[in-house]
Write a protein that binds this ligand. Structure first.
Ligand code: SF4
Ligand code: SF4
Length: 348
């Protein structure tokens, strides 16, 4: 295949997914050589059950691993989750069982190397992700900060540990954070991206939104094209999805052809601007955006939010969030295991 292709297949359930996905993956069999090590990077955001649709479904991971093993490739599965460890997430999400059954190693993406991207330098990316070929296995979900989390954003898990939340502070704005996500994706440069869009999430994703059936299985060698195609098929203005908007601005969405069709709908996060916000108005709009607030009825005082807040704005013991420090990155909402962070309107 010389032209970039985005494959869309309508898939009603995970039982039908394996056969369908294997056929699509065969299109890319010449990209791999026997004996080489390949990192398979699922969405392993946090320790959630498969039924919650936060993480890549075990059936999708199993199919990708079997495809690689049949080619006599040596796959390893890895991620650096936003909360928990690769092992704790994999265990809860049913992914560890798949790895054990197929005798595939599960690794924590650590051992950082300072990598220089087009916009940012010294991005601490896992050595494994930079030195192995990567198969990116993403999940179709909304994202309170970035509007959607698709193929490009999935490789952010190759940035090691707490560096991920620190970048929210360094980047400062959603547009600049999208540039970082794009830099990381270009550095990791996956051979293919698979989208598990059979079940995903709408509303205030990526962890505490509403589970939703979409019925999409998608594959492409180019995640910029894949993400653009999905956003378009969902009827969303590409300009409001930060990674898609910035990748278009940076000339990274190639001309591509579609193989197969699918259309869907999605309820975007309550934090999403209705239309793309022009540059001069961005500071004004940020004064009206939603802010996190601790729901004391749900909170179990685990302090995961406090420990992950890049701005050090949360004090769980005092049930307080310092809105002068808060940069509205919604990491606290993303990592809270109890859905105890509400996103409420506040005018500054
Ligand atoms: S808000 Fe959530 S993450 Fe924060 S302490 Fe409470 S339960 Fe834990
Ligand atoms: S309080 Fe929440 S939204 Fe605000 S900076 Fe901290 S993690 Fe981000």
């Amino acid at each position: 295949m010389n032209t970039t292709t985005v494959f869309f297949r309508r898939c009603e359930n995970y039982n039908n997914a394996s056969e369908m996905l294997k056929k699509l993956l065969m299109e890319y069999s010449d990209r791999f050589s026997p004996g080489e090590e390949v990192l398979v990077k699922p969405n392993m955001l946090s320790p959630r059950r498969v039924e919650e649709a936060v993480t890549t479904h075990p059936m999708i991971l199993k199919t990708v691993l079997e495809f690689l093993l049949n080619l006599r490739v040596k796959p390893v599965v890895g991620d650096s989750p936003a909360s928990g460890t690769a092992k704790s997430v994999a265990q809860k999400a049913g992914l560890l069982e798949v790895c054990e059954d197929l005798r595939v190693h599960l690794v924590e993406l650590d051992e950082p190397i300072d990598a220089n991207g087009e916009v940012y330098s010294k991005i601490k990316i896992s050595k494994t992700a930079l030195t192995m070929k990567v198969v990116n296995v993403a999940k179709l979900k909304t994202h309170s900060q970035m509007v959607m989390t698709l193929g490009v954003k999935n490789t952010f898990g190759c940035v090691v540990g707490k560096e991920k939340s620190a970048w929210h502070l360094r980047a400062g704005t959603n547009e600049r954070f999208a540039d970082l996500l794009i830099d990381v994706h270009l550095l990791v440069s996956p051979v293919i991206t698979v989208m598990d869009g059979i079940e995903g999430m709408e509303g205030n994703g990526p962890a505490n939104g509403i589970k939703r059936f979409f019925g999409l299985l998608a594959v492409s060698e180019n995640a910029f094209a894949l993400d653009y195609a999905i956003v378009e098929a969902l009827g969303i203005d590409p300009g409001v999805v930060y990674t898609v908007a910035r990748s278009m601005d940076r000339g990274l969405v190639p001309k591509f052809e579609m193989d197969g069709s699918w259309r869907g709908t999605i309820r975007l996060p309550s934090t999403t601007p209705v239309v793309p916000v022009p540059n001069p108005l961005r500071n004004l709009v940020r004064r009206f955006v939603r802010v996190p607030k601790i729901n004391t009825r749900r909170c179990v005082t685990c302090k995961i939010c406090e420990n992950n807040c890049p701005a050090k704005a949360i004090n769980v013991d005092r049930v307080s969030i310092d809105y002068q420090k808060c940069i509205r990155c919604y990491v606290c909402h993303e990592v809270c295991p109890e859905d105890a962070i509400m996103l409420v309107r506040k005018l500054f």
